[in-house]
Design a protein around this ligand. Structure first.
Ligand code: NAD
Ligand code: LMR
Length: 324
């Protein structure tokens, strides 16, 4: 049985994720599930309501729903964890403004994972700023494999994919191998230099490459903020969709010649990035279920400069959490 932890179980992303998980959209229709949902004590009554709704769906795969506010109890035996529980930013804020308040959450949760989760647990951090929160979590879980901790940049990848497809009047399925480098922040770098459109290099399709370095990049970097401005709340359904698919990418062998973007622990990375960050790289999952960074993608000078800026931002975030 898969034991899936979701933190922030009464929050808006969880509300858009839990019913897909319980329906078997991640592990298929033959795998029984336990959902183990963590919330802060004040939100437990709301979480109780979510539990009632899950029960009322009568999902055949859902064997057990456990709710609570003690990470040690909720992380017990976890095979997969979605760490959503954290404060979202409001209008005018950067995600890193949340670091002080949200960072501490991932200390306790890293420790609880270390003590209670399955030793092979796969952890996807979504709560912002997700790269550095993920670094905090893995540092507090010394007995777990740091390569099993991931920060979500799958939503940025899909945003970039949509922008490129729209620009060309094509379907998103025609666009592949877009890479998101760096931090899930306004310095993230969407890169189409190795992407393909209908199997041909994407670069061949652009008569005006200035769009790729201007409007395209800023649209993807600012998409989260644009949604907050429009909705008054941060993305939730698209975040949940990406979280489900990010975990699917992590646990499913990647098709030949493809990759996906994910924030992973940077130790041993083949791109000369600081060795102690959680950084978004192009990744693949092998048949044994292990994730590795796709090596050898060339950077031109423009890309190199942008990626370095995102690396520096992550180094600053790491500096800021040292007192924690
Ligand atoms: P939300 O406020 O609707 O829900 C968050 C929930 O987390 C709340 O119910 C809150 O009570 C709970 N929570 C807070 N501290 C907790 C703790 N210590 N343990 C367990 N639960 C706790 O927020 P949301 O819209 O669901 O977003 C959650 C996080 O995901 C935010 O930080 C947001 O910025 C981030 N996010 C990331 C991405 C991404 O692409 N990486 C996309 C969208 C949102
Ligand atoms: C997003 O990218 O939509 C999330 O990280 C929420 C935010 O703060 O932008």
């Amino acid at each position: 049985m898969k034991k899936i932890v979701v933190t922030g179980g009464a929050g808006q992303i969880a509300y858009n994720l839990l019913f897909s998980l319980a329906n078997g959209d991640l592990f298929g229709s033959n795998e029984p599930l336990s959902l183990q949902l963590l919330e802060i004590p004040e939100a437990l009554p709301a979480l109780e309501g979510v539990k009632m709704e899950l029960e009322d769906c009568a999902f055949p795969l859902l064997q057990e729903i456990r709710i609570g506010s003690d990470p040690e109890k909720i992380f017990e035996g976890a095979t997969h964890a979605f760490l959503l529980g954290a404060k979202p930013r409001g209008p005018g804020m950067e995600r890193s403004d949340l670091l002080k308040e949200n960072g501490v959450i991932f200390i306790d949760q890293g420790k609880a994972l270390n003590r209670k989760a399955d030793k092979n647990v796969k952890v996807l951090v979504v709560g912002n700023p997700c790269n550095t929160n993920c670094l905090i979590a893995l540092k507090n879980a010394p007995d777990l494999n740091p390569r099993h901790f991931f920060a979500m940049t799958a939503l940025d990848e899909r945003r970039a994919q949509h922008q490129v497809a729209k620009k060309h009047g094509m379907g998103v399925k025609d666009v592949s191998k877009i890479t998101i480098w760096g931090n899930h922040s306004s310095t993230l770098v969407p890169d189409v230099s190795h992407a393909t459109i209908l199997g041909r290099p994407a670069k061949d399709h652009f008569s005006d490459p200035s769009w790729l370095r201007g409007e395209f990049v800023s649209t993807v970097q600012q998409r989260g903020a644009a949604i907050i401005k429009a909705r008054g709340k941060s993305s939730a359904a698209s975040a949940a969709h990406s979280a489900l698919n990010a975990m699917k990418s992590i646990i499913t062998p990647t098709l030949a010649g493809q990759w996906y973007s994910m924030g992973v622990y940077s130790k041993g990375n083949p791109y000369g990035i600081d060795q102690d960050l959680v950084f978004s790289f192009p990744c693949r999952t092998d048949v044994g279920g292990e994730v590795s960074i796709v090596p050898g993608l060339a950077w031109d000078d423009w890309l190199k400069e942008k990626i370095k800026l995102s690396e520096q931002e992550l180094q600053q975030e790491r500096e800021a959490i040292k007192p924690l």
